[in-house]
Design a protein around this ligand. Structure first.
Ligand code: SAH
Ligand code: SF4
Ligand code: F3S
Length: 434
């Protein structure tokens, strides 16, 4: 049977897709590149904002038509599956099975039941060993960086966020498991890993997150370690120290701020003030200038005033983030922020978002311009040049590099090469081989 998995959402979901793909491959199923070729389509969904949910339902609509033309099994997994559970069958009666985010290993069983003709099969249970999924089973996408789960779930309770509902309470993978997986990946040729969790720095799998980074960095042959996502309240001095001084930790920190107003942060239940956020960045000391900073911001949170928004603009300027991801607040089912009055006109929200994003583009450009003329190591992330003739690569601080290698020149996928930066734009750095 040919299968295709379509994944939306964050890196955790990407990696779940790799695990699910591995499970089906182990059953003898064959992965294909498009839904059109597949006899089984699995939608690995995200529900972080309403727009993400719309994308899923629109794809489900397309698959319903396809299902009328030919035999096709349709399954839904990921965060929307966990959130909606059996309600999904009501909204989309042509869905054959629903698999929750904490029951990945049940996939072969669900598929077998659906193939045997059973309608509306579901497992959205919370299996306490979901985070112990055997690493060797994952069928990884062809990327230079390997994703590695260290924690699942989230114990915070941000009032706007659906993730604690869709991913459950925190579970931590023992550090010995993490180390064994990373060693295996390096043996298979990977030089870079990204440690994953909704909140990696609350890690408690037998050591602290700072210790885990140090231990992982001792794996011979590994060059860069990344991690995502961190919560500001779990960003300790020890972690800052490791990030600043361990040369294998890529010089990049994604630390979601969400808002620059203490009043809004309180209503979001983010558990920090602006002063505390800035204090934590200060833990990086003089290394701060060398480490690229990235953040997430929500505009138009219920009750956000002009002054609140201006406060966000001020903090964004003060910190001068290298990049940020910003979104208009999206009301999510079952979240506490639904009880807050949300009377800001949508036009005002989108105006604020546009202003913030314009400012960020200027900051990113300024940050990128500082690289021009420098020689830096970058990792080759494609197997050949794009149609425009350059190769795609990434720097340690996660800048996108467009690398001109010259005609006919082959570059080693997944390896580091030294380049000179010759051009800066808000979205990438242009580079030449040294
Ligand atoms: N665990 C991560 C966040 C995961 S969600 C953390 O705590 O940082 C990724 C981002 O989506 C969040 O940082 C937030 O900026 C945004 N987000 C989450 N819920 C949202 C909502 N209801 N509306 C708009 N943006 C949201
Ligand atoms: Fe959501 Fe907050 Fe948990 Fe991040 S820390 S996943 S924003 S509840
Ligand atoms: Fe989306 Fe779930 Fe990730 S809601 S962002 S796929 S944890």
């Amino acid at each position: 049977m040919k299968f295709h998995i379509e994944t939306w959402g964050c890196q955790m979901n990407d990696h779940d897709g790799e695990k699910l793909s591995g499970l089906l491959s182990a059953e003898g199923f064959e992965a294909v590149d498009s839904a059109e070729e597949a006899e089984l389509v699995l939608l690995n969904t995200c529900s972080i904002r309403e727009k993400a949910v719309h994308k899923v339902y629109s794809e489900l609509g397309r698959l319903r038509e396809e299902k009328q033309r030919r035999p096709l099994l349709v399954g839904v997994t990921g965060c929307l599956a966990q959130q909606e559970q059996a309600a999904l069958f009501k909204r989309a009666p042509h869905v054959d099975f629903v698999l929750g985010t904490m029951a990945l290993k049940q996939l072969p069983w669900l598929v077998a039941e659906a193939r045997a003709g059973k309608a509306r099969v579901m497992d959205a249970g919370e299996y306490p060993d979901n985070h112990l999924f055997p690493a060797s089973v994952a069928r990884r996408r062809d990327t230079a960086k390997a994703l590695v789960t260290i924690t699942e779930g989230c114990d915070h309770a941000c009032t706007y966020c659906i993730v604690p509902t869709t991913r459950g309470a925190e579970r931590h993978r023992p550090f010995q498991d993490v180390l064994a997986e990373v060693r295996g990946l390096v043996e298979r040729g990977y030089r870079e890993v990204e440690l994953l969790g909704q909140n990696v720095n609350s890690y408690a799998g037998g050591c602290t997150f700072a210790d885990l980074l140090d231990r992982v960095s001792e794996v011979d042959g590994l060059e860069w370690i990344r991690f995502t996502t961190s919560h500001p309240m779990n960003f300790t001095r020890d972690l800052a120290q490791v990030l600043a001084t361990n040369p294998k930790i890529a010089p990049f920190l994604h630390l979601p701020l969400q808002s620059g107003s203490d009043r809004v942060l309180r209503r979001m239940r983010r558990e920090y003030t602006i002063a505390e956020y800035l204090e934590r960045l200060g833990y990086l000391g003089d290394h701060r200038a060398r480490i690229a900073l990235s953040t997430d911001l929500i505009v138009g949170f219920p009750g956000e005033t002009d002054e609140d928004f201006e406060a966000t603009m001020r903090v964004v300027d003060e910190v001068a983030f290298d990049t940020s991801f910003s979104f208009v607040y999206s009301p999510r089912p079952g979240t506490a922020s639904l009880r807050l009055k949300d009377d800001l006109p949508p036009a005002v929200k989108s105006e604020r978002l546009a202003r913030l994003q314009r400012r960020q583009a200027e900051l990113t450009l300024a940050s990128n311009r500082r690289f021009v003329g420098r020689e830096i190591p970058v990792r080759i992330e494609t197997h050949g040049p794009t149609e425009h003739g350059w190769w795609l690569a990434r720097s340690g601080d996660w800048k996108t590099i467009h690398l001109a290698a010259g005609p006919g020149r082959e570059l080693p996928f997944g390896e580091l090469v030294t380049v000179r930066i010759v051009q800066a734009s808000p979205h990438f750095l242009g580079a030449e081989l040294v």
